[in-house]
Unconditional design. Structure first.
Length: 324
C-alpha cells in the first residue's frame, strides 16, 4: 500500500523525524510504502498521487476534478483542522474517507492571540529597540515611553466562536481580569459562569474592547468583519484574527484603522497566503501581522504528526477516527 504526503514542509521543515511514517503496517502485514514531498504544485498533483491509496495534504487542493482522476484513492488525511481544501461531497461519493487533525494547536494558537494583544497594548519590541538604541541611557528620567501602555484589566474581551481555541482564549483573558462576552451557538447554561453570551452579533461588536475571531469559515462568517460591523466598534477597540483570513474584509479593516475608527489589529491570517498580490493590511495604520504561525510551534506540529499517523492506522484497521 502506498502513502504519499504531498506538502509536508510547513508541518515539518526538518525538526521532526519522518521515521514513524515509514513504519505504518498495511492490513496484509507488509509495511506501507511512504513517499514525502515538501511541496507539490497543482500541475504535479495527479502525477505524484495517481498510484496512492492514501494521500496526505496540508494545502494541496483536492477538487472533484482531481479526485475523479485518482481511481486508487481510498483515504485523504488533512494535516490541519480545517478541511476546506478537499471537496468532501466528491470524496464521499467515491467512498473516500477524509480525516482532519482536531485540537492539536489549541494552546499554541491561544498563546499567539495573547502575544498579539500584549504586543499592541505594551509594545515591548519598540521599547526594547529604543533601549538598545541608547534612548534610555540618554534619558534624564528613570523611565520613558515610546507608545502608550494600555491596561486590559476590567475590559470586555469579545469572542466569536467558542470551540476548543475560543474557550482556551476565554480562560486566559478571564485570568487577566477581563470580562468575557461571546457570540456562540452554545446556550448560556452550557458556558462557564465567567462567560456571558451575547444576544446578537451587533451587541458583541458594540461592546468589545478586544475582539478575537475563532469561528470556522463558512458562507455565513465570510467577511463577518466588514464595513458595517466595524462601524459599530469603539474607536479604542482591538481586533485579533488567528482564525481564517476571509473572516475579515481586509479593505474595510484597513479603512477603519487608517481612519482611526478602531485602534489596532493583530493578524496571523490573510485572505491570500502568502500575500503575493499584496493586501491593504500590509500598509494599514497600527496593523501587526505574523505569517500564519499560530499553529506552528514545535509541540503543536509534533502532535499534528502523531495524530495524523494514528488516523491512518485507525483507518487501516477499519475503525477510522477524526472523519469529516
Amino acid at each position: 500500500m502506498k502513502i504519499v504526503e504531498l506538502d509536508g514542509y510547513a508541518a515539518n521543515p526538518g525538526d521532526i523525524s519522518w521515521d514513524a511514517w515509514h513504519n505504518i503496517q498495511a492490513p496484509d502485514g507488509n509495511m506501507c510504502e511512504f513517499i514525502q514531498y515538501n511541496r507539490t504544485p497543482a500541475e504535479k498533483v495527479i502525477e505524484r498521487a495517481k498510484d496512492a491509496e492514501i494521500l496526505i495534504t496540508n494545502k494541496v487542493v483536492f477538487s472533484s476534478a482531481v479526485i475523479e482522476q485518482l481511481p486508487h484513492l481510498r483515504y485523504i488525511g488533512v494535516l490541519a483542522t480545517g478541511y476546506n481544501v478537499v471537496d468532501i461531497e466528491a470524496a464521499h461519493k467515491k467512498g473516500i474517507t477524509v480525516t482532519n487533525i482536531p485540537a492539536y494547536s489549541t494552546a499554541s494558537v491561544a498563546q499567539l492571540v495573547m502575544a498579539h494583544l500584549l504586543h499592541i497594548t505594551n509594545n515591548v519590541s519598540a521599547h526594547d529597540t529604543a533601549v538598545h538604541q541608547g534612548q534610555w541611557a540618554s534619558c534624564p528620567d528613570f523611565t520613558f515611553s515610546v507608545s502608550p501602555q494600555l491596561e486590559l484589566d476590567n475590559k470586555i474581551f469579545g469572542i466569536i466562536g467558542l470551540g476548543n481555541i475560543g474557550m482556551a482564549v476565554a480562560h486566559i483573558a478571564h485570568a487577566m481580569g477581563m470580562h468575557i462576552l461571546a457570540f456562540t451557538s452554545k446556550e448560556q447554561p452550557q458556558l462557564p459562569p465567567f462567560i456571558r453570551k451575547a444576544d446578537t452579533l451587533d451587541e458583541l461588536f458594540q461592546q468589545a474592547d478586544v475582539l478575537s475571531l475563532h469561528c470556522p469559515l463558512t458562507p455565513d462568517t465570510h467577511h463577518i468583519v466588514n464595513t458595517r460591523t466595524l462601524s459599530l466598534m469603539k474607536p479604542t477597540a482591538i481586533i485579533i484574527n488567528t482564525g481564517r483570513g476571509p473572516l475579515i474584509d481586509e479593505q474595510a479593516l484597513a479603512n477603519a484603522l487608517n481612519n482611526n475608527d478602531i485602534y489596532a489589529a493583530g493578524i496571523d491570517v490573510l485572505e491570500e497566503e502568502p500575500p503575493a498580490n499584496g493586501s491593504p493590511l500590509l500598509t494599514a495604520r497600527n496593523c501587526h501581522i505574523t505569517p500564519h504561525i499560530a499553529w506552528a510551534s514545535l509541540a503543536a506540529r509534533q502532535r499534528l504528526m502523531d495524530i495524523a499517523i494514528n488516523n491512518i492506522k485507525a483507518f487501516l484497521k477499519g475503525t477510522p477516527i477524526n472523519v469529516v
